[in-house]
Design a protein around this ligand. Structure first.
Ligand SMILES: Nc1ncnc2c1ncn2[C@@H]1O[C@H](COP(=O)(O)OP(=O)(O)O)[C@@H](O)[C@H]1O
Ligand SMILES: [Mg+2]
Length: 239
């Protein structure tokens, strides 16, 4: 049984059909890629899965519970975390304070330790930002903001994390850091669904890739199968 099952999801904005009946699975323990040309519906799909947008039809099952139509808060509390295409952090708070902002209570920590300074610093160290712990988050580079947002999401101890363009707009060494952190976290049992344009990143990181084009899933398979799929090549070359 997959950890996440998306079935026949449809969503339009006015006359634009952003999603036209998308179906795919994310297996427990996997790093699954969600790729497609600009405007193909990837972010809308993330918004549907995480409750920021409600679909007109279709269903989203997570841990065998139907979650479509629930609030972002409820879905997050169930253990489904996400990052945003543009990182959402508290620019006027220090990094430690960002980590201490009330969030989901994970299961592996004592309640008293959760959101303690020590616990916040452990997560900052994990993403390599320990030396900036007292810096105001607004002073971080774009790539560092992505690392901070990643730490904030992981600190909630989610089972499934949706990453929207983790390597977008950051330098090559930061891309490597990000790939390493995802692999490391996946090894600890966290499942990932990753939207990303950087094909090297997707193909080396993902066990499975889902391809969207014009609001539909046009291919779904291993990185190797996807790279030689004629429909996928057409979709990218055609745009
Ligand atoms: N809030 C919105 N209002 C109107 N149109 C939207 C909205 N969000 C997305 N769209 C449209 O839906 C389509 C899919 O967009 P999006 O999901 O952002 O694609 P991607 O993330 O793959 O680039 C695009 O045509 C986009 O313009
Ligand atoms: Mg997008």
């Amino acid at each position: 049984m997959p950890l996440l099952h998306v079935e026949r999801i449809a969503k339009s904005f006015g006359g634009i059909q952003a999603l036209r009946g998308c179906t795919f699975d994310v297996d427990q323990g996997s790093v699954t890629g969600l790729i497609g040309p600009n405007g193909s519906g990837k972010t809308t799909m993330f918004n549907v899965i995480t409750g920021y947008t409600h679909p007109e039809s279709g269903l989203v099952k997570y841990h065998d519970a139907t979650i479509q139509g629930q609030s972002p808060r409820t879905i997050f509390e169930r253990g489904l975390g996400r990052t945003f295409q543009a990182p959402r952090i508290f620019g006027r708070l220090s990094l430690v304070e960002n980590l201490k902002v009330p969030t989901r209570q994970g299961t592996s920590h004592e309640p008293s330790r959760h959101r303690s300074t020590e616990w916040a610093e452990e997560w900052l160290a994990f993403v390599g930002l320990a030396q900036h712990r007292q810096t105001m988050a607004g002073a971080l580079s774009y790539g560092q903001r992505k690392l901070l947002e990643f730490a904030i999401v992981l600190a909630a101890e989610p089972d499934l994390v949706l990453l929207d363009e983790p390597a977008g707009g950051v330098n090559p060494s930061m891309i490597e850091t990000m790939a390493h952190l995802i692999t490391e976290t996946n090894g600890r049992g966290v499942t990932f669904l990753v939207v990303e344009h950087n094909m090297g990143f997707v193909m080396s990181l993902c066990h499975h890739v889902v391809v969207m084009h014009q609001g539909q899933v046009i291919a779904d398979g291993s990185p190797d199968a996807i790279q030689s799929n004629p429909a996928v090549l057409d979709a990218y070359l055609g745009d």
